[in-house]
Design a protein around this ligand. Structure first.
Ligand code: PEP
Length: 229
């Protein structure tokens, strides 16, 4: 299977026009573009080859949940993937139990779910065992594995420009594969300079790219690199 680049645009860009431009620039088979909710429809409508994903989802189908979006709403819109448990959402208070409910609801609605896991710097500093124990705990409520993809994102490497060592990443990714038996991505300040070092690891199924995915030139370089694998 070709290695896939998942482009997490986070809360960018600021206009639909820019979102459509970004979408056209990243419209290749091995890319999944993940824009903010208001741009999902416009992005989906211009894509010919890439897939589209959402950055979050709620676990109920409908009801009095102000501000939330259900998996069924995303599915009906033509969204194929959804990110759940991103560290930037965990930081706002999401916990493992809530995240597991989102994973379950997303999968049951027919979405492919990208579950983000990864340790903070304080745990990383304690060593391999501490990191593995931390990640294992993040799986304790996860029961659904069909259509599940995991993204290993060490929190200290997300949006910081700090690069994890590809060897260490491959080892943690293998640890996750042993727990979950699903494809595992890597994410954490990846760019056109370091993409190869992660993609060449057989354990890593693709990359979840944040900052570099909204830089057209940078993302297109990464696409070319990923196509070689
Ligand atoms: C992300 O948003 O999942 C991410 C990995 O961001 P960045 O590439 O900017 O570190």
């Amino acid at each position: 299977m070709k290695k896939i680049l998942f482009a997490n645009w986070k809360m960018n860009p600021t206009t639909e026009q820019e979102a459509v431009k970004l979408a056209r620039a990243g419209d290749v088979k091995n890319a999944v573009l993940i824009p903010p909710f208001p741009f999902l429809n416009a992005v989906k409508n211009v894509l010919k080859s890439a897939s589209v994903g959402a950055q979050d989802v709620f676990y109920e189908e409908k009801g009095a949940f102000t501000g939330e979006v259900s998996p069924q709403m995303l599915k009906k819109l033509g969204v194929q993937y959804v990110v759940v448990g991103h560290s930037e959402r965990r930081r706002l208070g999401e916990n493992d139990e809530m995240i597991a409910k989102k994973v379950k609801a997303g999968i049951h609605a027919g979405l492919k779910v990208i579950l983000c896991v990864g340790e903070p710097l304080s745990v990383y500093k304690k060593g391999k065992k501490a990191t593995e124990e931390f990640i294992k705990k993040q799986f304790r409520f996860i029961k659904d594995k069909k259509n599940l993809i995991v993204a290993y994102e060490p929190i200290w490497a997300v949006g910081t420009g700090k690069n994890a060592d590809p060897e260490d990443v491959a080892r943690v990714v293998q640890f996750i594969k042993n727990i979950a038996s699903v494809p595992v991505l890597y994410g954490g300040s990846t760019n056109s300079k370091n993409a190869k070092s992660f993609l060449e690891k057989k354990e890593i199924a693709g990359l979840l790219v944040g900052g570099a995915s909204i830089n057209v030139k940078e993302f297109q370089k990464m696409i070319k690199i990923a196509e070689r694998f």
